[in-house]
Ligand binder design. Structure first.
Ligand SMILES: NC(=O)c1ccc[n+]([C@@H]2O[C@H](COP(=O)([O-])OP(=O)(O)OC[C@H]3O[C@@H](n4cnc5c(N)ncnc54)[C@H](O)[C@@H]3O)[C@@H](O)[C@H]2O)c1
Ligand SMILES: N[C@@H](CCO)C(=O)O
Ligand code: NA
Length: 815
């Protein structure tokens, strides 16, 4: 025997009822079962509403009542063929006549007691079950309508009556022995010994199903609803939440305490006592497995689910007056209890110096004043500090029996919270190890839920939330590249990348769910004007776990906010050299801060675009090598310019080409002046552990003096033409010696030099072509022959690819 219960939403209308009937038809004849139905969806609320209106001596309840009657008659007419309708229709009409009289009475005496209310509400279940029994009968399924008031006996606590199991069980058992057919049982209602109608409280129909299951020793209870079981977290806050296949009763109780309101603990009690499993199934997706709740927790992850509760306040008492004074906590908790204030979580450290409880925010100010009153002498004398209330908090809890005697769950929980910059205000864990709860700021709730969900359930799957500033050459190439590769990353590497913010120097835009990368373009005049403070503000507000700030500008202003970003535990990836080549203090501070905050700051593309230069150097340093000398061609554009020049084109034209190809800085003078290379050698020196300042770099500029103060890039190009002859001459001189011009950087003995050199064919840089970069590291270990890195070191694709790789690397470290 199974007890199968369908809730109000499953039978809210004719279409839904058809789904229910097809589920019942499939079971019919194959297995023994009884059915329990709630009232049709929304009916209980409307009956309540009618009673409340009538109580206020208003007549408008008539309209609702008429609608209700019409709705019940229509469903009955649709479910039962005309020839068989009369019994059902008569039942409905008689019930509504009774209800009419009842509300008229309430209307006259302006009062609706709990007792009357229970009677009023009982009509909902009686009507739905009678009609549905008739409907099934009409489909050839033999049914018996059961008014549970005849079988479920309760005390007289109207509204939430207590069941007398002894007499109830007897009545149920003998009724089932004597009656044939599939019983269709009204949920929610019972009666006292005197025959007064009662209701058994919230989620009462589930309770009814559980009561019948226990009385009959049923093999299982099925609760059919509009969700596919108990989920790992609230799906409205955690999009990746999924159905938990199996739960123990205890776990279900812990989870339903807050968050997952699919089952109420009390309704499980009778089934639980008899060890009868409860299945949560979805009427609208019957093929889905749903959740099985039984004695066994079952195999699986270390936790079963994450629940949460918001609108919480912390109440904190502290002071020397608490230490080793017996009875303080009794007074504290007694006072709260006497004032009907429910305590959600308690935490007291063994120093006894403070006690902290979490309570509902609606109780907070009352709690504060009653505690202040109770302890007024202690507060006056300073034995106790002022009572502190912290509002706008939330409780988050991980739940699961597998945590018992299994180290690591709390570690993983708090690590995930910490890494995502979620501050924990208080912690509680019972020694049953079934639940670890933490109090956090309410604003962090969604982030915290997602961080925990990822940490416990999707440890193989990560989502990086990107905020991109600079959607120029590199930024655009990057978004395109991510879009092309995303499917593969998701499938094979369990990595998802979502871009939520995009800005250039003029505009910015945001997308809560992440932009569609296939179609997204840079922000424009239809978007918000760019405001760096606002951009960071929105990023902080969105408050995603695993956020990454990607700077694809060449801007000092953007580099200036890295400190703030790292401080808020958001990682940074950037090809922008400004931060690392600025003051030495800043460089050191950013690295240290990233370390302290446990976030990553990656900038492989600061030097030689995607070529593995920074990482290589960092590996050498980490493994204890010492750098003696670095000799390098570090500018893709400069190498392109001086090697293309050999082909006979004028200098200014070759520079324009280098810009067109995307090799130069936004302003090519940054390349020609040697500034860009100087920044790079400075960064390499610093990475090699040297305290280098910009002044330590000797720079030979290639920008003719009169071009330096050209107001714009086009003006600069115009002026540059006049100097084509000068560069031709340099080239000719080199050619005459059988040499080539290379713009190089060297670092040795704490001194860096940047400039143009004429090199003979023996030199490794002689053969470089196009945008090639080449770096020779002479170190303690690579001494006789240097370690060499060579390849194209500028251009949109090789740079974007390097930025992309850094983002992915950051993903590997995240969580
Ligand atoms: N081009 C290459 O081969 C290469 C190689 C390695 C590194 N880089 C670096 O990549 C970065 C970007 O280069 P690019 O060629 O894409 O430049 P770009 O001029 O094409 O794009 C720069 C973008 O940054 C935006 N921007 C500038 N200042 C801003 C500010 N204050 N706030 C918001 N947005 C701002 C601009 O609007 C533009 O969208 C630079 O730091 C460059 O040094 C480039
Ligand atoms: N403008 C740089 C690319 C960015 O590092 C170069 O020419 O190498
Ligand atoms: Na690089």
């Amino acid at each position: 025997m199974k007890i199968i219960k369908f809730g109000g939403s499953s039978i809210a209308n004719y279409e839904n009822i058809q789904k229910v009937f097809s589920i019942v038809e499939q079971k019919s004849g194959k297995e023994a079962f009884a059915l329990v139905f709630s009232a049709f969806g929304g009916v209980t609320e409307q009956l309540l509403q009618c009673a409340n209106i009538a109580q206020q001596s208003e007549e408008s309840y008539h309209t609702i009542l008429q609608e209700l009657e019409k709705r019940h008659l229509e469903i009955a007419k649709k479910l039962v063929p005309v020839q068989q309708q009369s019994t059902a229709l008569t039942f409905v009409k008689v019930r509504f006549n009774e209800l009419g009289d009842l509300f008229h009475g309430i209307y006259l005496i302006k009062e609706c007691s709990n007792r009357t209310m229970d009677y009023v509400l009982s009509f909902g279940e009686r009507l739905s079950n009678f009609i549905l029994a008739a409907g099934l009968q009409a489909k050839g399924i033999s049914t018996t309508y059961v008014d549970a008031r005849d079988l479920v006996k309760t005390d007289g606590r109207f509204g939430h009556a207590k069941v007398n199991f002894k007499s109830t069980n007897k009545l149920i058992q003998s009724y089932f022995e004597k009656h044939e057919g599939i019983k269709v049982i009204t949920g929610f209602i019972g009666s006292t010994d005197k025959g007064e109608t009662t209701t058994v409280g919230r989620s009462g129909s589930d309770y009814t199903a559980s009561i019948f299951a226990a009385a009959l020793g049923a093999e299982q209870v099925e609760i059919w609803t509009d969700v596919s079981g108990v989920m790992t977290a609230d799906p409205r806050l955690v999009y990746t939440a999924f159905t938990i296949p199996q739960l123990s009763y205890n776990e279900a109780m812990e989870l339903s305490h807050f968050g997952a309101k699919v089952v109420f603990p009390a309704t499980m009690q009778p089934a639980m006592k008899e060890d009868i499993p409860i299945y949560i199934k979805n009427t609208f997706k019957p093929e889905e497995e749903g959740t099985r709740i039984s004695k066994e927790s079952g195999e699986g992850k270390i936790i079963k689910g994450i629940s949460s509760m918001d609108n919480i306040s912390i109440l904190n008492v502290q002071g020397p007056g608490l230490v080793e004074v017996v009875g303080v906590s009794q007074r504290f908790f007694g006072t709260l209890a006497n004032n009907g204030i429910n305590i959600i979580l308690i935490s007291q450290a063994s120093s006894e110096h403070s006690i902290c409880v979490a309570i509902a925010s609606k109780d907070a100010s009352r709690a504060k004043s009653v505690i202040e009153e109770e302890f007024r002498y202690e507060i006056q004398s300073g034995e106790m500090a002022e009572i502190e209330v912290v509002p706008d908090m939330a409780v988050i809890a991980v739940v699961g029996e597998n945590m018992q005697h299994n180290p690591g769950a709390s570690g993983r929980m708090f690590q995930a919270l910490g890494r995502n910059n979620v501050n924990v205000a208080a912690i509680a864990q019972g020694s049953s190890e079934l639940n670890i709860s933490a109090v956090i700021t309410q604003a962090d709730l969604q982030k915290a839920l997602n961080a925990l969900h990822e940490a416990f359930f999707l440890s193989d799957y990560k989502v990086l939330h990107v905020f991109l500033v600079g959607v120029g050459l590199i930024g655009k190439a990057l978004t395109k590249m991510i879009n092309n590769q995303l499917g593969k990353l998701q499938e094979e590497n369990m990595l998802d990348i979502q871009i939520h913010g995009m800005a250039n120097s003029r505009y910015m835009k945001f997308h809560e769910d992440g932009f569609d990368l296939a179609t997204v373009g840079p922000p424009d005049e239809n978007d918000e004007p760019m405001d760096m403070g606002k951009f960071i503000g929105t990023m902080t507000e969105m408050n995603f776990s695993n956020s990454v700030f990607v700077d694809c500008t060449a801007s000092q202003d953007v580099a200036d906010i890295y400190e703030q970003i790292l401080d808020s535990k958001v990682g940074i990836v950037t090809p922008n050299k400004k931060a690392n080549s600025g003051p030495l203090d800043t460089y050191k501070k950013l690295k240290k801060l990233a370390g302290q905050r446990g976030v990553r700051f990656f900038y492989e593309t600061n030097v030689a675009a995607g070529l593995p230069v920074i990482n290589t150097l960092q590996d050498l340093m980490l493994s204890g090598d010492h750098v003696h000398r670095i000799e390098a061609v570090l500018s893709g554009s400069m190498n392109y310019i001086f090697s293309e020049l050999e082909k006979g084109m004028p200098f200014s034209e070759v520079v324009a080409q280098a810009k067109e190809k995307g090799y130069t800085e936004p302003d090519p003078r940054d390349d020609l002046s040697g500034m860009d290379v100087a920044r790079k050698i400075l960064i390499l020196g610093r990475e090699a552990g040297q305290d280098l300042h910009f002044e330590d770099v000797d720079i030979q500029s290639m920008v003719p003096e009169d071009c330096e103060d050209a107001a714009s890039v086009p003006e600069f190009f115009e002026k540059l033409q006049k100097h084509d002859g000068h560069f031709q001459q340099l080239l000719d001189e080199a050619k005459a010696k059988g040499e080539k011009l290379r713009f190089m950087a060297t670092l040795e003995n704490g001194k860096a030099k940047v400039g143009l050199n004429s090199l003979d064919s023996e030199h490794p840089f002689y053969t470089l072509k196009g945008s090639d970069n080449m770096i020779l590291f002479t170190t303690e270990r690579y001494n006789d022959f240097p370690m060499i890195v060579r390849g194209p070191g500028a251009g949109a694709d090789v740079t974007a690819a390097g930025v992309f790789a850094d983002i992915i690397r950051l993903g590997n470290y995240s969580r």
